[in-house]
Design a protein around this ligand. Structure first.
Ligand SMILES: Nc1nc2c(c(=O)[nH]1)N[C@H]1C(S)=C(S)[C@@H](COP(=O)(O)O)O[C@H]1N2
Ligand SMILES: [Mo]
Length: 265
């Protein structure tokens, strides 16, 4: 029996038990309908990853990450990696991102390009929360931006969309064939996208603009998952009902490098 099958069986069996459903078939349909199977289900991780995701989705998906006060803000905010070196990003950076647009398309009623100035006119929120990298370091910072849910509601996400997919400038996102996309792309489900603390952040720690290394001009901040899910240097967000046709089909470039798609904390 394949790994994928065994995990599907385990989760649907527990669902059947929990729901008192009479057959595994019903539980399997429930698991898919409520999005309890992560897209890297066939990946290298064990049963635990799928069960963690399913349990989180069933029990805790609206719980809030802890918020801190300004005096808790870390003296040093570590930067992971260098800003993208490609010509497109460097040109936009040199121009103060005046020519930058955030593209949002896919399963939406109104595909839109947003300028930095437009995003800044939307109702802003700030949150002081913790960011932890899977490599072991972490910090507390204040992030300011617009809730992702606000922007998604503006473009009108179609009911059949399941994932919000993020591409940074360190991704070859303009690849003609989506299966050749490589790099730091990522995706989240609708529960995390509409979570009240999930931000499209354009400033931090009292600064109006993100330092380039922290993801200028715009990054995702998703406090209920490890830092790796918070895609920096955003260029394109697309709504989709499947991630199978992007990259190797696991829902994030990182899965191809050994990380799990769901990094909930
Ligand atoms: N586009 C892009 N986003 C990214 C990364 C990256 O390399 N490229 N690194 C991720 C990882 S692993 C972490 S821990 C955080 C780090 O954010 P920071 O550099 O602001 O601390 O960004 C995440 N987002
Ligand atoms: Mo990370």
């Amino acid at each position: 029996m394949s790994d994928r099958l065994s995990r599907r069986k385990l989760i649907t069996a527990s669902l059947a038990a929990a729901a008192g459903a009479t057959g595994l078939g019903i539980a399997a349909r429930l698991a898919d309908r409520y999005g309890l199977i992560p897209p890297d289900d066939g990946g290298i991780y064990g049963v635990g990853e799928t069960m963690t995701y399913a349990a989180q989705r069933l029990l805790t998906h609206r719980t809030l990450a802890r918020e801190y006060t300004r005096s808790d803000i870390s003296k040093v905010a570590p930067v992971k990696g260098e800003p993208p070196e490609n010509e497109t990003y460097q040109r936009l950076l040199a121009g103060g991102f005046a020519d930058w647009r955030l593209k949002i398309d896919g399963l939406v009623a109104r595909p839109t390009f947003f300028s930095f100035a437009e995003l800044k006119r939307f109702p802003a929120e700030s949150h002081i929360y913790h960011q932890a990298c899977e490599e072991g370091w972490s910090f507390i910072a204040e992030w300011v931006g617009v809730p992702l849910s606000y922007v998604l509601n503006l473009v009108g996400v179609l009911p059949r969309a399941k994932y919000v997919v993020f591409f940074g400038f360190d991704t070859n996102f303009d690849a003609a064939d989506k299966r050749t996309i490589k790099g730091k792309w990522n995706s989240i489900d609708k529960a995390d996208a509409w979570h009240p603390q999930t931000l499209l952040a354009y400033g931090m720690n009292g600064k109006e603009f993100l330092p380039p290394g922290h993801g200028a001009p715009l990054r995702l901040r998703i406090p209920r998952q490890l830092g790796g899910k918070s895609t920096k240097y955003l260029s394109w967000i697309t709504l989709t009902d499947t991630v199978k046709d992007i990259g190797q089909g696991f829902g994030a470039g990182g899965v191809e490098r050994g990380f799990s798609w769901y990094a909930g904390i």
